[in-house]
Design a protein around this ligand. Structure first.
Ligand code: ADP
Ligand code: MG
Length: 253
């Protein structure tokens, strides 16, 4: 028995099988509607300065970041915006599984390349969803924090921002690792995913402090309320049928 064993509700399901895209499988579902509401609310936050680069993070792993990020990217693309979804969670990447494509090359290939000019377009893949392009993580590097905080990463974001209406990043959790803080400070906004009943208050508070220290623009929260709107009739084929309840609040800045 390890003395330091922490209680965790970590799940590796999305790492193995990808995130569940309810917004693709069942766009009329009430949960898909909730994702559209979140998208609308985020857009409203950018009235003066449009939100073009955006990341979803959470205090810890397994709080629904990838699930939320990917579904929000889908509904944004559905609204006719050209969306680039980047898997910048270099520790627990999932995007290649979600879209069932190879991850032999991706973000880390670009960030570690010697070439002066980055060949980004070759790495970006179209999806079957209109307007949605993706950049998978690429091979997992030994130094994720360094890569994500590099000048090259900033240059990459500045470059793709020119070609897409919205760039959405799946980033690592804020408490566990230092990858996220510096990265999100360069984006137009960051949204915290909070898993009801799992994210601890102290952890949430610390996450907000860290984001503020990094001068990140916290746009609001997505409450991932597992089970509240339980839609057990909805089967994904992964063996569980409980649903999602997402709310959005931006009053706690
Ligand atoms: N609202 C929800 N209802 C049911 N399962 C959920 C919900 N949100 C996330 N999950 C599941 O929780 C696990 C972790 O979600 P994931 O999106 O991979 O989180 P993260 O990216 O923060 O690690 C996955 O198995 C996912 O399917
Ligand atoms: Mg994830």
């Amino acid at each position: 028995m390890s003395l330091f064993k922490k209680k965790t509700n970590a799940s590796n399901e999305t790492i193995r099988y990808g995130a569940k895209l309810i917004t693709v499988k069942d766009p009329k579902n009430v949960i898909s509607e909730q994702f559209r509401t979140i998208r609308t609310n985020i857009s409203f936050m950018g009235i003066d300065h449009p939100i073009k680069t955006l990341a979803f993070t959470s205090a810890n792993i397994s709080e629904g970041k990838s699930t939320v990020t990917d579904n929000i990217a889908v509904v944004w693309a559905n609204a006719g915006k050209r969306v680039l979804l980047i898997d910048a969670d270099l520790r627990r990447p999932t995007l290649h599984q979600t879209f069932n494509i190879s991850n032999r090359e991706g973000l880390t290939t670009i960030l570690t390349s010697d070439a002066l000019e980055m060949d980004i377009t070759n790495m970006i893949k179209e999806t079957e969803i209109d307007n949605l392009s993706i950049l998978t993580s690429g091979p997992i590097p030994p130094n994720p924090a360094e890569l994500l905080n590099s000048q090259r990463m900033q240059a990459l974001i500045a470059s793709v921002e020119q070609s897409y209406d919205v760039v959405i990043l799946d980033v690592p959790p804020i408490l566990a690792v230092s990858d996220t803080q510096a990265l999100v400070s360069h984006l137009d906004g960051v949204v915290l995913v909070v898993k009801m009943g799992q994210t601890e208050k102290a952890g949430l508070k610390r996450s907000v402090e860290l984001l503020k220290l990094a001068h990140a623009n916290i746009l609001g929260y997505v409450m991932n309320d597992v089970g509240r709107n339980g839609d057990s009739a909805y089967g994904y084929g992964y063996g569980y049928g409980y649903g999602y309840g997402y709310g959005y609040s931006s009053d706690n800045k």
